[in-house]
Design a protein around this ligand. Structure first.
Ligand SMILES: [Zn+2]
Length: 189
């Protein structure tokens, strides 16, 4: 009974506060698309200094495609980190699929395959999509399956729809972290 009364009071206070908070947000930080309530995932690319432009382009490809989640560079608030280095197992994402974790970009793989396709693909894992190496080049999550000649770095309509669906109710989780390995340079990422 006490708890219920307290919650009712809290809800009432929130409703009273809402108009002022909304007005302030509209006045100070007008979003590009104010009609959508996209969830923001902040990322830090300082651990991958060689690939900042490729990371930015891969992120932009997602931001321009989906409406329910957006990725924004902000090191102090980041839940997603990018790193670069050399790993015989290639690039990978260590993530829960809910915007948390990190992406490792392998130097050799980044030199063989279209680098923006790799950054966008790995970002797709962090947004919740699995690999589908047997898919066509038009599918981002087919990764290195179509071979190094595939330079498409944009998700297709199905992938866009799935990510929008996964983020339709805001940020979920955190979930279970797994390393989504990308089989070596000659196979796939
Ligand atoms: Zn992958």
């Amino acid at each position: 009974m006490i708890r219920k009364t307290f919650l009712s009071a809290a809800v009432g206070a929130a409703m009273i506060m809402a108009p002022m908070a909304t007005g302030q947000a509209a006045a100070t930080t007008a979003p590009e698309n104010p009609t959508t309530a996209a969830t923001t995932v902040y990322y830090d690319d300082s651990g991958a200094p060689s690939y900042q432009s490729q990371i930015a382009q891969g992120v932009a490809n997602w931001n321009n495609s989906v409406s329910n989640v957006q990725l924004v560079e902000n090191a102090s608030a980041a839940t997603l980190d990018f790193y670069e280095g050399n790993d015989p197992n290639g690039s990978y994402a260590y993530t829960d699929g809910h915007g948390n974790g990190y992406i490792f970009l392998d130097h050799t793989q980044m030199g063989v395959y279209a680098p923006v396709r790799i950054t966008a693909h790995e970002t797709g894992h962090v947004l919740g999509l699995p690999d589908n190496y047997n898919g066509p080049c038009s599918e981002l999550m087919s990764g290195g399956g179509p071979g190094p000649s595939c330079t498409n770095a944009n998700p297709n309509a199905d992938e866009i729809g799935r990510v929008n669906s996964l983020w339709a109710n805001g940020r979920q989780g955190p979930g279970v972290f797994t390393r989504i390995a990308e089989p070596a340079v000659t196979a796939a990422f």
